[in-house]
Every structure is written in structure tokens, then in C-alpha cells.
Design a protein around this ligand. Structure first.
Ligand code: XUL
Length: 503
């Protein structure tokens, strides 16, 4: 018996099958949106747009990727009929707009046709705004003016450009006809979960809290905020629920899966990652180094960010979690590395030997996209030295340290932690792990499964099948590597006046 977790993130979709008895991963597969499905014209998962603040994707790309993922999982040779339940997560905040043909189309999915082909006529809007979008400042100001502090105290976040509520408001204002045709608005997570169960799926409190619409005191859509955000919005939102969303649609039997197995309500990639990294219980913070860098932790007491940059989301293991999100994560890091003409091994070995912690006071912030934390729409790399003329080891250390310093500066409200777990692709770099350890003066732990979001989805599938979550979190998140903070490096970073570099 196995459980499957699916992580539909910004640049790819991944599937991870776990064997809960052996405590191991039984199979995995992935689909890269740009590389494997070039016909959707979404390199890095984003549609080209002349406006650098507008970031949208194609919902049909996500369902085409789902078909291809199951095909690849089948090809691993694993007997998919032994999968007892499915869970999953999506990149947060992105929204999909569907017309009244959506539910009938889901109920009648034909295994002889592709998902993309059958769902194309159900889109009320051909594009889905995603979390990287920063184009809704006007709508955010309108929400602020109407609700003030209440937005943050009740929904966990002030009005934020990428959050779904401001995105829906902008769509309803700018494209009223398409908005009127919209019968259902889903997050990426609840959209893909709906496809799996062949019916309208709920939104969970983890991902739902990223919309500026969910009242965290009642765990229901806030009637006043939804009414102000867009006309008739409440009727277009699915219900809020955690647990089992429904049963797997017969469509997926063509991949060898058993129709009728339970499908867990999907969550956001960060809440899923909290579970997959074994940090669902308060005490340990997680830094996820992916397309976005995020810092999050389970909360024991509900508190919001006094600086108004960070968020409170539902914790799928119960209660709440805090999160700060940094948009210029892996893509920015990789651009600096590529332009310096080196690889990450160079950073881990040569750059570390050639440059001291603190980089002799030289810092850089690779903000090639409008940054979320702190919010700024001034795009471009900032540095306090002649970046282009500096050698590769100085450039790369400056950018990595600048990113890590920015994370530290904006997560103090979450708490001080003696242990931080790291996950995501860039956490493989020893140099990055050591920089985090030195800067936070905390032990940095790596866990065996780098893909903690997909693992979290698989663990939530197990929970939906009646298994206890807490022991499974421990079994699947064993610490495989530890980096200790170097006390002598502390002075180099504590000498930094964080305000001096504009963060
Ligand atoms: C979190 C956020 C991103 C996305 C994409 O608030 O915007 O981390 O979830 O990963």
C-alpha cells in the first residue's frame, strides 16, 4: 500500500509515492513546464508579458502536466493500483476562473481524450494570475482604505499584490464580462484537486489564508470582505474544509490507479512543505529555497507581522503557521551564478575559501523582479560596490549573503530559533547552508527528502486515509546532515546595519 503526493509548483509538477510501512519513497516522477510542455509557451511556468509586474500562467498547462505526470509515474513500473490515497499542493495565491460548464465536464471526463482538451471550454479566463504578479497595488489600496487593520488581524495578512482577493478585484473591474461568466474561482490547489475528484473541491485553511478573504477567527469566507472585493464573489468560491475532498475520478484508471480512493483536500506548497519537513509542530523553523525563498514555522500563539510583510496561514497539522516570502529566490541566485560563469560547487568550495564571511562589507540584492519582502517595484540588482567588475567569488557571496540577510531582517517577528531546517533545490549547496547557519547562529538541518512539499502531500494523503500524521512526519523527515554555526562568523554579520542596504 502506498500514498501519492503531488506538488504543482511554479516551474514543474512532481509526484512522490511513499511506502508508509517501509518509511521510504517508492517512486517519483516530475514534469518541467518549460522543457516538457514547450507548446504552452510558459518558460519557467510564466507566460511572457510586456508588463514586468504582470505574471500569469496557463491553467491548461497545469492539467496537461498532470496527465503527463501520471504517464511518467506509470512508466516507473510501480503498481499504481496499490496507491491507497492521494494528496497534493499547489503554488499559493494563483487563481483559475471557470464557467458553468466546469462541473459537468469534470463529472463526464472521457479517458480517451486529454484533460486539457476537455477542460479548455470550461475556462472563463484563459490565463491564471500567479503569486509572482505585483500588478494589483490599486486594488490593495482600495481594500486597505475600506478595512484598515481588520484585514490583517482577521485574515492574517494586509492587502498584498499577489494575494487572490486583490487579483479577483482587478479582474472583476477590468474584465466585467468574463467575471460575470465566472461560476467558480479556484486556487491552483483546489483546481487540480477538483480535476482529480471530478467535482468541485474545497479550499483548505492553509492555502485559503493566502487570499485576503478567509477570516481566520471563524475559518469561513469573510462576508464583508468578499462582498467588497467583487460582486457576487461568495457564491463563486468553493467551501473551506480540511480532510477528504472526495474520491478519485474514474478518468485516472487509465494510468492504473484505482478509481474511488480518497483524495485529500489540497493545500498550498508552503503549508505542505511544513508537514513534509517534519516541522508541523511548533519549535523549528524551515527555510525553503525554491523559485521563491520562504521562511516559515508552526505557531503556538496567533500573531501577525507588525511590519505587515509576513503572513499567517492555516497549518494542515492543526492551528496556524507564519510565513515570509522572498520573490527573488532561485531564479535570481542562478542568474548571478550563471553571469559569473561558475557553478554551485564553485560557491561551496572556491568562493568560500577566497572570501570571508561578511564579504569585507560588500553586499548585493539580486532583485531582478519586483520584490515581495520588503515590498518594492524598483527592479534591478543593487550593490554597494562595482558588482560587474568584481571577481565571481565576490559577486556570488555578495548575492547569497544579501538574500540571507534580507531573510533574517524580515523574519524576526516569527521568532528566534536554535534549529532551522532547509529544503528546496538550493538547500543542496553546503555554502548556502553554512551562510544561513552563521547568519542566524542556528544549527541548519537537511532532511532526506528535498522535495518536502510533495512529501507533505503524500503525508496528508495518509492522514485522509485515517493514518496519524505526527508519527509519519517523524519517520519521513529524518535529519541527514547538520551544519553548525561558526561563532567567529557571528561578528561579521552582526556588524551589518541591515537598514544600510535598504532592507
Ligand atoms: C508564498 C508564495 C510563494 C508561492 C510559490 O506566499 O507566494 O512561496 O507559494 O511557491
Amino acid at each position: 500500500m502506498y500514498y501519492l503526493g503531488i506538488d504543482s509548483s511554479t516551474q514543474s509538477i512532481k509526484g512522490l509515492v511513499i511506502d508508509p510501512v517501509a518509511g521510504s519513497v517508492a517512486a517519483q516522477a516530475s514534469v518541467k513546464f518549460g522543457e516538457d510542455l514547450p507548446q504552452f509557451n510558459c518558460p519557467d511556468g510564466v507566460l511572457p508579458n510586456a508588463d514586468p509586474l504582470v505574471k500569469q500562467s496557463d491553467p491548461l498547462l497545469w492539467v496537461a502536466a498532470l496527465d503527463l505526470l501520471f504517464e511518467r509515474l506509470r512508466k516507473t513500473g510501480l503498481d499504481l493500483s496499490q496507491i491507497a490515497a492521494i494528496g497534493g499542493d499547489g503554488q499559493q495565491h494563483g487563481s483559475v476562473y471557470l464557467n458553468d460548464r466546469f462541473i459537468p465536464a469534470l463529472a463526464a471526463l472521457d479517458p480517451n481524450r486529454t484533460l486539457a482538451d476537455q477542460l479548455a471550454p470550461t475556462l472563463a479566463r484563459p490565463v491564471a494570475p500567479i503569486w509572482m504578479d505585483s500588478s494589483t497595488s490599486a486594488e490593495c489600496r482600495e481594500l486597505d482604505a475600506r478595512f484598515g487593520e481588520r484585514l490583517q488581524t482577521d485574515t492574517g495578512s494586509p492587502a498584498i499584490e499577489r494575494f487572490t482577493g486583490p487579483q479577483i478585484r482587478k479582474f472583476a473591474k477590468n474584465e466585467p464580462d468574463r467575471y460575470a461568466e465566472t461560476a467558480h474561482i479556484h486556487l491552483v490547489s483546489s483546481f487540480l484537486c477538483s480535476v482529480l475528484i471530478g467535482a468541485n473541491a474545497p479550499i483548505d485553511s492553509g492555502d485559503g489564508a493566502g487570499m485576503d478573504l478567509l477570516n481566520l477567527k471563524t475559518l469561513e469566507w469573510d462576508p464583508e470582505i468578499t462582498a467588497f472585493t467583487a460582486p457576487g464573489l461568495l457564491a463563486k468560491l468553493p467551501k473551506v474544509a480540511n480532510g477528504v475532498a472526495g474520491r478519485l475520478s474514474p478518468y485516472f484508471a487509465k494510468y492504473g490507479l484505482k478509481a474511488g480512493i480518497p483524495v485529500a483536500v489540497w493545500t498550498g506548497d508552503n503549508p505542505a512543505s511544513l508537514i513534509g519537513s517534519g516541522a508541523g509542530i511548533a519549535g523549528c523553523a524551515v527555510i525553503s529555497l525554491g523559485t521563491s525563498d520562504t521562511f516559515f514555522a508552526a505557531m503556538d500563539t496567533f500573531k501577525t507581522d507588525p511590519e505587515k510583510c509576513g503572513h499567517v496561514f492555516g497549518n494542515p497539522a492543526g492551528g496556524f503557521m507564519s510565513l515570509a516570502c522572498f520573490k527573488n529566490g532561485s531564479l535570481a541566485r542562478d542568474r548571478v551564478r550563471r553571469e559569473a560563469g561558475v557553478d554551485w560547487t564553485f560557491f561551496d568550495e572556491t568562493a568560500f575559501a577566497l572570501t570571508p564571511p561578511g564579504n569585507n562589507g560588500q553586499w548585493a540584492l539580486p532583485w531582478f523582479e519586483a520584490e515581495i519582502t520588503p515590498p518594492t517595484q524598483q527592479i534591478g540588482l543593487r550593490a554597494n560596490f562595482d558588482f560587474a567588475a568584481a571577481p565571481p567569488e565576490v559577486r556570488i557571496r555578495a548575492a547569497v549573503e544579501g538574500q540571507c540577510l534580507n531573510i533574517r531582517a524580515h523574519t524576526r517577528w516569527i521568532g528566534q530559533f536554535s534549529t532551522i531546517r532547509v529544503t528546496g533545490g538550493a538547500s543542496r549547496s553546503l555554502g548556502i547552508r553554512q551562510t544561513l547557519a552563521d547568519l542566524f547562529q542556528a544549527r541548519v538541518e537537511s532532511i532526506s527528502v528535498a522535495d518536502s512539499a510533495a512529501l507533505g502531500g503524500a503525508l496528508l494523503a495518509a492522514a485522509a486515509d485515517g493514518q496519524a500524521l505526527a508519527p509519519l512526519m517523524c519517520v519521513f523527515a529524518p535529519v541527514t546532515d547538520t551544519v553548525e554555526p561558526r561563532p567567529d562568523a557571528q561578528a561579521a554579520y552582526d556588524g551589518w546595519a541591515e537598514g544600510q542596504c535598504g532592507i
